[in-house]
Each structure stands twice: as structure tokens, then as C-alpha cells.
Write a protein that binds this ligand. Structure first.
Ligand code: PLP
Length: 405
């Protein structure tokens, strides 16, 4: 049995369009994926029919919205197989989730001279918050390098870990190289020394079904908009044992227990980390996206995505002068490259003229650009609604543009 993307494309009407007179080929899914109508309709319900602020009032709209918001948390808990829904914190996305941990975990556990380990292939969102925290605390940031295939040099981890290491933060899937990192091995190694691990799942969650108990990660962060859900929605999963000990990140309404001018006491998790009015419509939409994903056969979806990636890699490798960045044995969803003699921005603009959407630039990963000594790259990225025919159109377009130059 195989997955038929044409059957589910009716749920994504945005894909059925002409762009610059050509049928749209959307290959910028790692930047943001498209949303099925089921997600948009669920969100519209709460904007058009029953909008009320959550956890505050006793009127019908407020009650219905609160119920849907907490139901959303439970849907996500179940999807992640978290032990309890209090371990699911709604955020605005991966960036906020990581900043929350860097800030609160850092405040509680990181002191002068301590160390934090990240990898050379992180998105800026999993570098800068740690760097800012290290600067505040006088701690040191250490880096696991990657090799010529774009795989982490995991053997360096043993020597990087010291008695001063307080946390390891690593991306599940690289947004540039597509590498699927051996996160289970990293977690196992770290836990032998009682070091917690944060996984940046921005590019992992869209491809893999995550079981946080099996993985045994301490934190897992992801964004709704890359997971067929709305922008401004996201999740931080965290183990209770850490979250309970971490101070709040932002202060304001709902995160408190009691406020006086002399002293404020704080609410319990997850509310302690959800100050102010959260993006509850976004959270409800994200849960709808997850329910949508659960309605598909995940094994078939993953196989289809792998077929797309493999087909695209094989095709692009036949193009003279094209360099692919990242040839790891295990990859997911992402294919970055450059073509000799064509500026990536020109390539992106010309592909757009042919109706093909790709990402160009530094991909929020300066250290990867430095590693390969390039200024920019072109990135194609695939979702389950993409077809083999679209990959063929993409390949033919590259051939045509290359001939033009
Ligand atoms: N981490 C990775 C690996 C990403 O690819 C991205 C976005 O591209 C982020 C973090 C940041 O995600 P967001 O902008 O949704 O917060």
C-alpha cells in the first residue's frame, strides 16, 4: 500500500493555484507548511462563533474556549505520549520554547564557569538564547562539530562533556542539511552523567511521531506552523521534575497564585509558564493539525516523504555543477544546494517565475554557511502533500535555468 498525496491535496486548497501563470509547486515546507481546511475551520469556530478569554470568566463562550484549550493540551499530551498534560506548555513557537528553557533553566541551574553544549548545525534559535544566557551567567558554550557528510561527530561528545556540563541542546533534524541526529544516543550518553537534553524539534516533529517517554528527552520544542498548524503557536514539552524547579519566564496574569506588593507566589505548571492571554485560538488550531496528522497512516506518510527526498536527491545529483549540502545516511525532508555560476537569489527568483517556491539565503544557520564557506544556499523541502510529479517539474526547471546561464 502506498500514500496517495492527490487524495489529501483537496484538504489543502492553497496548493491548487497558479503562481506567475504556472501551477504552484510548494517546496518551502521547512520554512512553513500549509494548513488543511480542518485546521482553519476549527480556528474560525473560535473566532466567528464562540470567542471568550480562557481561564477567567464564567460565561458560556469563556467556558467553551477554556474547555477547547485544555482539550488541545490533552490532544498534544497524548500525541507526544507525555506522562501528564501539565508537561505541555503552549508557547508562540520553537523560538519562544527554547528561550524559555535557556532563561528559566539557566536562572535555576547554570552558574559561572558552567558549560552548555550545542551542535555546529543548530538553527540560530538554538544558539543565540544559550549564548545570551551564557553571557549573563559567565558560562561557556561548547559545540559538537559535524563531518563532511553533515553528520554529527558524536564521538567528540564524550570529551566535550565535563563535570561542568549543565545541559545539552541539539536539533532533531537540521533545517539545512536534513540530517536526522542520533538524539536517543545523545540523551543516553547525557543521562549517564545526569545532564538534561533539550531537543529542538522544529524540523523533527513535522516528520516523526515523537514519544517523549521512549526518547526520554527532558525538553522537546516545536512550532505549530511547520506542523500544518497556525503561526504563533508552539509547544514546549518538559519533564515535571525540571519545570517544577524552574522559575517563571514571563510575569503577568494567570501565571500567579497570589500577588501582593510585598511578594508574589506563582501558579503551578503549566500555567506558571503561560503568562498573559495565550494564543488560545492558535493552540486549538495546533491540536486540530495534530488530529489531522493522526487521521493519516503515519508509516505511509513517512515512506512517501522519504521517497520524495530520495527521488529529488537522485535527480539533482545528475545536474552538473550542483553541490548538495548534507549527505547524511539518515535525512528527512530537506535538500539544500547551490549551482555553480548561479547566485542562489537569482535561482530562487527564477524558480518563482516558474511557480516553484523554495527558500534561499543563509537559512538562519550562519555556522553551517561558514562550515561550507558559502554565503547562501537554495533549500527545497518536502511535505507529504508534495508529489513525484512536482519533484520532476522542479528538476526540469533547474535544468532549464542552468542552460540559461
Ligand atoms: N529550529 C529549527 C531547526 C528551525 O528550522 C526553526 C525554523 O526554521 C526554528 C528552530 C525556529 O522556529 P520558529 O521560527 O517557528 O520559532
Amino acid at each position: 500500500m502506498s500514500f496517495d498525496p492527490l487524495k489529501i491535496r483537496k484538504d489543502f486548497p492553497i496548493l491548487d493555484q497558479k503562481v506567475n501563470g504556472k501551477s504552484l509547486v510548494y517546496l518551502d515546507n521547512a520554512a512553513t507548511s500549509q494548513r488543511p481546511v480542518q485546521v482553519v475551520e476549527r480556528m474560525n469556530e473560535f473566532s466567528l462563533i464562540t470567542n471568550g478569554n480562557i481561564h477567567r470568566a464564567t460565561h458560556t463562550f469563556a467556558n467553551k474556549t477554556t474547555e477547547a484549550f485544555e482539550q488541545a493540551r490533552e490532544i498534544i499530551r497524548s500525541y507526544l505520549n507525555a506522562t501528564e498534560s501539565a508537561e505541555v506548555i503552549f508557547t508562540s513557537g520553537t523560538t519562544e520554547s527554547i528561550n524559555l528553557v535557556a532563561h528559566s533553566f539557566g536562572d535555576a541551574f547554570i552558574h559561572e564557569g558552567d558549560e552548555v553544549i550545542v551542535t555546529e548545525m543548530e538553527h540560530h534559535a538554538n544558539i543565540v538564547p544559550w549564548q545570551m544566557m551564557c553571557e549573563r551567567k559567565g558560562a561557556k558554550l561548547k559545540v559538537i562539530p559535524f563531518n563532511e557528510k553533515g553528520e554529527l561527530s558524536i564521538d567528540t561528545l564524550d570529551s566535550l562533556i565535563t563535570g561542568k556540563t549543565k545541559i545539552i541542546a541539539v536539533t532533531h533534524v537540521s533545517n539545512v542539511l536534513g540530517t536526522v541526529n542520533p538524539v536517543a544516543t545523545i540523551i543516553e550518553k547525557a543521562h549517564l552523567k545526569n545532564i538534561p537534553v533539550l531537543i529542538d524539534g522544529a524540523q523533527g516533529a513535522p516528520h516523526f511521531q515523537i514519544d517523549v517517554q521512549t526518547l526520554d528527552c527532558d525538553f522537546y520544542a516545536f512550532s505549530g506552523h511547520k506542523l500544518y498548524g497556525p503561526t504563533g503557536s508552539g509547544v514546549l514539552y518538559g519533564k515535571r521534575k525540571w519545570l517544577d524547579q524552574m522559575p517563571p519566564f514571563l510575569g503577568g496574569g494567570e501565571m500567579i497564585d497570589r500577588v501582593t506588593f510585598g511578594k508574589t507566589t506563582f501558579n503551578e505548571i503549566p500555567y506558571k509558564f503561560e503568562a498573559g492571554t495565550p494564543n488560545y485560538v492558535g493552540a486549538i488550531g495546533l491540536a486540530a493539525a495534530i488530529s489531522y496528522l493522526e487521521s493519516l497512516d503515519h508509516t505511509l506518510v513517512l515512506k512517501h516523504e522519504q521517497n520524495l527526498l530520495q527521488f529529488a536527491s537522485e535527480k539533482l545529483k545528475t545536474i552538473n555543477g550542483l553541490t548538495i549540502y548534507g549527505e547524511a545516511n539518515e535525512k528527512a525532508g530537506v535538500l539544500s544546494f547551490n549551482i555553480e555560476g548561479i547566485h542562489p537569489f537569482d535561482l530562487g527568483t527564477l524558480l518563482d517565475q516558474l511557480g516553484i517556491a523554495v527558500r534561499t539565503g543563509r537559512l538562519c544557520a550562519d555556522p553551517i554557511m561558514d562550515h561550507f564557506e558559502v554565503e547562501n544556499m537554495v533549500r527545497s523541502s518536502f511535505a507529504f502533500y508534495n508529489t513525484m510529479e512536482e519533484v520532476e517539474v522542479f528538476y526540469q526547471a533547474l535544468i532549464r535555468l542552468k542552460a540559461m546561464f
